[in-house]
Design a protein around this ligand. Structure first.
Ligand code: 2P0
Length: 330
């Protein structure tokens, strides 16, 4: 009744922003992401009668309160499916700062879902894993798969058609890189969950966001399948700016950017002026992620890593599926 899994984080190229059902985590729009090879979470879960309650550690720190409740809720889904009641010990570790806009909940809930279902001997197909992971954190349904992944929003009330599928596998476009620049390891003040609800309730731009998503999805799918960086990058960059426009226009407004974020956005624009093709994307935090091709990646990474605004860089390529591993955390 013990298993360990590892899942890579993913960064959306067409963003998920807004839920039509908060309980089941069903989105208003479909999204597409790239799974990243260098950012990952490893999670060990053991169910046993020897535990009187669920115990969670993240990066070796004991966790209680809301974060523990979210994990317990996810385990309850899985316990119900396996018809068991044993409590669990869970240890989770990531190689990047959590809740800083680097999709830590995506890799965390994907790894937790895979480890917990395996520990209870549920051998589920990826589609089912994706549906369960989604209910822990929306973006986690995409981290079940490697490569390039689309979370189909679905239309059913019960969420059975809201899951991820692979647009292209990990080895489809080995030249494509994403440079993740970590600007500040601070945890963000407004969690995505609250930010999304506030955006839907108060941003006059939310409707406009939804109206343009379908066309962005089509362009990003083509950009990936035809390996066209300019189509992919221009669409992803504009899509991120559109999502941030909806956040900035909520009441009270949500601005995830720090001054350093803008400095890096301008640096990406400057690189393009110098004929180095690259594009940025930004999530619910200040970090700036940059899409480019392998031929320019080292040069661009060096440029960012020498900036005083940048604390750390990860030069990523498409990563693999979430997978079971032998190396246990306890
Ligand atoms: C994304 N984000 O598509 C978007 C872009 C943030 C900005 O998915 O409430 O942690 O757990 O479903 O998945 C972050 O949201 O939110 C996210 P919940 P999640 O990557």
């Amino acid at each position: 009744m013990k298993a360990t899994a590892t899942a890579n984080s993913n960064i959306a190229l067409v963003k998920y922003w807004g839920k039509r059902n908060e309980e089941l985590i069903l989105p208003y729009n479909s999204s597409i992401s790239m799974t990243l090879d260098k950012l990952y979470t490893t999670t060990t879960v053991e169910f046993s009668k020897k535990y009187s309650k669920d115990e969670l550690t993240i990066d070796a720190e004991k966790i209680s309160g809301e974060e523990l409740e979210r994990v317990e809720k996810q385990l309850n889904l899985i316990r119900r499916a396996a018809k068991v009641s044993e409590k669990a010990k869970i240890a989770s570790a990531s190689n990047f700062p959590k809740a800083a806009g680097l999709a830590s909940s995506a890799s965390a809930f994907a790894a937790l879902t895979l480890a917990a279902t395996k520990a209870l001997d549920l051998h589920l197909p990826k589609k089912e894993l994706s549906i369960i992971a989604r209910q822990g954190s929306g973006s986690a349904c995409r981290s079940i798969y490697g490569g390039f992944v689309e979370w189909q929003k679905g239309t059913l009330e019960n969420g059975e058609d809201s899951y991820a599928r692979q647009v292209a596998p990990q080895n489809h476009w080995p030249e494509l890189c994403m440079i993740v620049n970590v600007l500040t390891p601070k945890q963000k003040k407004i969690k995505s969950r609250a930010g999304m609800a506030q955006t839907i309730a108060t941003s006059p731009l939310y409707k406009a966001w939804l109206e343009t998503v379908e066309s962005d999805l089509e362009k990003v799918r083509s950009g990936i399948l035809e390996k066209k960086l300019s189509l992919l990058g221009q669409t992803a960059e504009m899509n991120a700016l559109k999502m941030h426009s909806t956040m900035i226009t909520t009441e009270p407004h949500i601005i995830y950017w720090e001054p350093e974020t803008i400095v890096l956005m301008k640096e990406v624009m400057q690189l393009r002026e110098e004929a180095t093709e690259c594009y940025f994307t930004i999530d619910g935090g200040p970090q700036v992620k940059v899409l480019c091709l392998e031929r320019d990646a080292k040069k661009i990474e060096k440029r960012f890593s020498e900036m005083k605004e940048v604390q750390k860089t990860f030069l990523c390529k498409a990563g693999g599926d979430a997978k079971l591993i032998d190396r246990e955390l306890f």
